[in-house]
Design a protein around this ligand. Structure first.
Ligand code: SF4
Ligand code: SF4
Length: 191
């Protein structure tokens, strides 16, 4: 998988989170994809060791949304598009806050937060798309500060590869299960 990084990040990037919580709230913004390792980590953290506890937790914190997955077939230019449900964190209230957000800027699961939260803003849809990057920079004051933690090009690419790996793993599992998400996450049947 090739990634065409934006000029502003391709030679490394400094980022300093201001802990404002803006990326955890707002229409479509607090909706964070959750991959299987995230689910397992959260269930462990909240002692969801039975099906009924998992169902209860999922009812409170998980949701599904439709995702588009683009697959370029090996050795061809043929591109296939798939649309299927994926797991996200539930958003709540008029503000559409992530259900783990407290007092506007406190993440109550900080140590166990999903991969997407840890990786932000090093997401493929941001660091390879100028329009998305600019829009996020308007909201996230950590992006253009040009100070803070330094991420080299190699570290950025490593995050993007990990993101792609998680997405692809989920896609392949969904394909194996006829794109029915409840077959993978049985706890959703009770949600
Ligand atoms: S919007 Fe940016 S600065 Fe604010 S909490 Fe999110 S990552 Fe940090
Ligand atoms: S899990 Fe935490 S860091 Fe991620 S969106 Fe929710 S409150 Fe923000």
């Amino acid at each position: 998988m090739q990634f065409n990084l934006l000029d502003s990040v391709k030679n490394g990037f400094k980022f300093s989170c201001q802990k404002c919580g803006k990326c955890c709230t707002g229409k479509g913004e607090g909706q964070i994809f959750i991959y299987k390792p995230d689910v397992e980590r959260l269930f462990k953290r909240f002692n969801c060791d039975s099906e009924s506890k998992k169902i209860e937790f999922a009812r409170e914190h998980f949701d599904t949304t439709s995702q588009k997955f683009v697959l370029r077939e090996k050795d061809t230019q043929h591109i296939k598009y798939y649309h299927f449900d994926t797991l996200v964190i539930k958003v709540i209230g008029n503000e559409e806050n992530c259900s783990f957000l407290e007092n506007g800027n406190i993440c109550t699961i900080y140590d166990a937060r999903p991969f997407q939260c840890v990786a932000y803003p090093l997401w493929r849809i941001l660091v390879t798309n100028q329009k998305n990057w600019n829009e996020n920079a308007q909201k996230c004051k950590g992006i253009n500060r040009k100070k803070g933690d330094y991420f080299s090009k190699e570290e950025i690419l490593k995050k993007l590869k990990e993101e792609y790996r998680l997405e692809k793993e989920f896609f392949l599992e969904m394909k194996k299960h006829d794109f029915e998400i409840e077959k993978i996450y049985r706890f959703l049947k009770g949600s």
